[in-house]
Design a protein around this ligand. Structure first.
Ligand code: ZN
Length: 137
C-alpha cells in the first residue's frame, strides 16, 4: 500500500503532435510509447524522465474527461500519479480513512497498468491517481 515513487505527471494537451516536438526535440526526453486509452478517451504520449514519466494526454472525444478539463482550465498539468504495490488495497485503505474516491475499483490505464483516481476535493484540488505498472511487481 506504500507509495513507491511518482509514476508520472499527466499533462492535458490539445495536440500531441504539436507538443511532442517540445518534449522530444527541445527538452530531449525519450518517447517511450504512444497509445490510445479507450476507457479514458485519450491518446497518450509517454516520455521517460529518469525513473518517472511525463504523459501527454490528448482527448479523442468531447466526452473525454481531458476534453472537459481543457475547456475549463486550458492546457496544463492534469494529474499526479503515484506508483503503489496494489491499487485495490490502496483504495480500500484510503476509503477506510474517509477519502472520497472517483474510482471505487481499479481500471485499465496506459500500457496495461491498473489505475484509480482519488476525488480532487479530497486532495485539495490536485487530481491524484494511484497506479500499478505491469512490469513492477
Ligand atoms: Zn495518469
Amino acid at each position: 500500500m506504500a507509495i513507491q515513487k511518482i509514476s508520472h505527471i499527466g499533462i492535458a494537451v490539445r495536440s500531441l503532435d504539436e507538443q511532442k516536438a517540445l518534449y522530444r526535440d527541445v527538452l530531449g526526453l525519450k518517447l517511450l510509447a504512444e497509445e490510445e486509452v479507450a476507457d479514458q478517451q485519450v491518446k497518450v504520449a509517454i516520455f521517460e524522465v529518469g525513473d518517472s514519466r511525463v504523459e501527454l494526454l490528448e482527448p479523442t472525444s468531447s466526452e473525454s474527461p481531458i476534453a472537459k478539463f481543457l475547456e475549463k482550465r486550458g492546457e496544463g498539468i492534469h494529474h499526479v500519479a503515484y506508483e503503489v504495490d496494489s491499487v485495490g488495497e490502496s483504495l480500500a485503505h484510503y476509503k477506510a480513512q474517509g477519502v472520497r474516491l472517483i474510482d471505487q475499483t481499479p481500471r485499465a490505464g496506459a500500457e496495461g497498468a491498473e489505475i484509480a483516481f482519488l476525488h480532487p476535493k479530497a486532495t485539495f484540488g490536485a487530481l491524484t491517481e494511484i497506479c500499478h505498472s505491469k512490469g513492477d511487481q
